[in-house]
Ligand binder design. Structure first.
Ligand SMILES: [Zn+2]
Ligand SMILES: [Zn+2]
Length: 565
């Protein structure tokens, strides 16, 4: 269904496109002011008749457009503008800081019609010379486009799962295939996948090549293939090549060796163990299982996700890594009180269905006005509702939390009298994300030292493939969390996975407590805890390292014990 955000976005785009095509500025302005109106309205506009829209302060003309949009999925003004805008020019408007007027200048003066041409022109120093641009803007554009194009065929782990399991099952069903295994980055649960790799055991390579070349969802890349490796791409919805695919073929007796060699990081394979590395051991015989490979190197069995040459060779026995079934509750979630899609009760019921014992609500705080953050008054209203629901849902419990914004100077954005009414506080940065290492670290340290902070939320603010996180002095931040009894979040949203797994082992070794938090904005988001579990496993976390493996009773004691006031 059409949301108010969809309407705002479409109106903003219409205004920008009018600027781009040099149309009447008053007409463009009427769309911008409608956006301003819409953002103040909380009820869904798409369901309302015209007279009600007008009574909410929307003009007659704009009300008709909302109705047209709700019925047809578009409206004439926008559609006409889109039809006469080249795709590349439209894409340029998605670059941060480039609105309709700036893109018009680039298009008119430099005849730039795509992101690639824009990058070239920036690199040649031409953009800085256009009125209203300058060196700084030019540099910011280069940085953003380079970051985007470097990630062009990469995918979030969560988005590759469906492709991976489909391909695996399709290949398993081919008669001449004896075994199939996913390998490479996917098997190691890397947060970003740039190539999906599989290994097949078969005696009939030709038949497999024929199948892969003809399979409707694949696009072959014969130039990059060889008799032992089929390479190509997955076909996306537009029938264009997207994710890179590699299928290695091997004789059945070499299958285990081949899968193993293709699943671990290079440095894991080449690390020396009393005179021999795992690659050399692979050459001595054909193994029946990966356990045997490790045992012949006098090592405990190491699961694929930790084969990174990070900490795994210090282990003296196979670790019992955290599992989804160890989780007993979910902390850090949103509801319709701020920018979530489901009510408190709906979210709580979904947790009950998942057999969890508690649900931590952490709606946005008052500074996050763009996310409908809670004023002090609304905090108290929510608390009253929680108390009511807790009577109804017992023994299940909703814990009163908040995702409090960390302000520029590291303060939290409520006074102490309000902060002390919560069961726990997740402190997160949502604004001014471009601080340098020193400033960003100092800002977080201040928040960590705040006695009301229970959990440090998404520590770097990164959005994988979209936005780099701010730089941090990780050892300093982690040490401060330990010293102040602050739990570190593993934000389980597949776009974040923040704290990064590369720092999890360090955190654990210093005695830090971690929490796997889905940051769910709707019921479906609660399932993201699974990706947090994968991240925690990759960092070597066991059940005892994770806060939300505690039972309700244990976590209530924990929250009282660490209530330092
Ligand atoms: Zn957040
Ligand atoms: Zn959040």
């Amino acid at each position: 269904m059409l949301t108010n955000d969809d309407i705002s976005a479409a109106f903003k785009l219409t205004a920008s496109l009018m600027d781009l095509h040099g149309e009447n500025p008053f007409k463009a302005k009427s769309f911008s002011s409608a956006v301003y109106q819409i953002e103040k309205i909380e009820t869904n506009l798409a369901e309302k008749p015209k007279n009600e829209l007008i009574s909410l302060g929307i003009s007659d003309g704009m009300a008709s457009k909302i109705i047209e949009f709700a019925q047809k999925g578009t409206f004439a003004d926008l559609q006409q503008l889109l039809d006469k805008t080249p795709k590349g020019v439209l894409e340029m408007m998605s670059v941060k800081g480039l609105g309709g007027k700036k893109v018009k200048a680039l298009w008119d003066e430099l005849k730039i019609e795509s992101i690639y041409e824009l990058l070239e022109a920036c690199n040649a120093g031409k953009v800085a010379q256009i009125k209203g641009f300058g060196e700084k803007t030019q540099e910011a554009i280069i940085k953003e486009i380079s970051f985007r194009t470097a990630n062009v065929d990469k995918m979030h782990y969560a988005d590759t799962e469906e492709i991976a399991f489909l391909l695996e099952s399709v290949l398993k069903n081919i008669q001449v295939v004896e075994s199939v295994s996913l390998s490479g980055q996917f098997r190691r649960r890397m947060e970003i996948i740039d190539e999906l790799q599989l290994v097949i055991a078969t005696k009939n390579f030709d038949a497999i090549f024929q199948f892969l070349n003809g399979y409707e969802k694949l696009i072959p890349n014969p130039k990059m293939s060889n008799p032992f490796a089929w390479r190509g791409f997955w076909k996306n919805e537009d029938n264009m090549p997207s994710l890179k695919i590699e299928v290695k073929l091997t004789q059945p007796q070499s299958f285990v060796n081949q899968v193993f060699a293709n699943s671990a990081a290079e440095s894991h394979l080449t690390r020396n163990h009393s005179g021999k590395n795992l690659l050399q051991i692979l050459k001595t015989q054909k193994f029946q299982s990966e356990q045997e490979i490790y045992h012949s190197a006098n090592l405990p069995y190491l699961v694929p996700e930790i084969r990174e040459n990070l900490f795994e060779f210090d282990l003296t026995e196979e670790p019992k890594l955290i599992e989804m079934s160890d989780l007993r509750g979910s902390l850090h979630n949103h509801s319709t009180y701020s920018d979530g899609k489901n009510t408190l009760l709906q979210m709580a019921n979904a947790c009950i269905e998942m057999k969890l014992e508690y649900f931590g609500i952490c709606d946005h705080s008052q500074t996050a006005f763009y996310a409908n953050g809670l004023t002090e008054e609304r905090v108290l209203k929510q608390h009253a509702e929680i108390e009511q629901l807790n009577k109804q849902l017992a023994p299940f419990k909703i814990l009163k939390g908040i995702e409090s914004d960390i302000l520029n100077d590291g303060r939290l954005d409520y006074p102490d009298e309000i902060l002390k009414t919560f069961d726990f506080v997740v402190a997160s940065v949502h604004s001014n994300l471009r601080m340098d290492l020193e400033k960003a670290t100092t800002r977080l340290l201040k928040a960590i030292e705040n006695p009301y902070t229970t959990i440090l939320g998404h520590p770097t603010g990164r959005l994988l493939l979209r936005r780099e996180g701010y730089p941090l002095d990780f050892p300093k931040i982690i040490d401060a969390c330990v010293a102040n009894n602050v739990v570190i979040e593993i934000n389980a949203n597949p776009w974040r996975l923040d704290l990064d797994w590369r720092w999890i082992h360090y955190a654990i070794s210093k005695g830090a407590m971690l929490s796997i938090n889905p940051d769910a904005h709707e019921i479906a988001g609660l399932k993201d805890m699974y990706y947090g579990v994968l991240t925690a496993r990759k960092g070597g976390a066991v059940k005892a390292n994770i806060l939300n493996t505690m039972s309700l009773q244990e976590i209530e004691i924990f929250l009282i014990k660490f209530d330092k006031l």
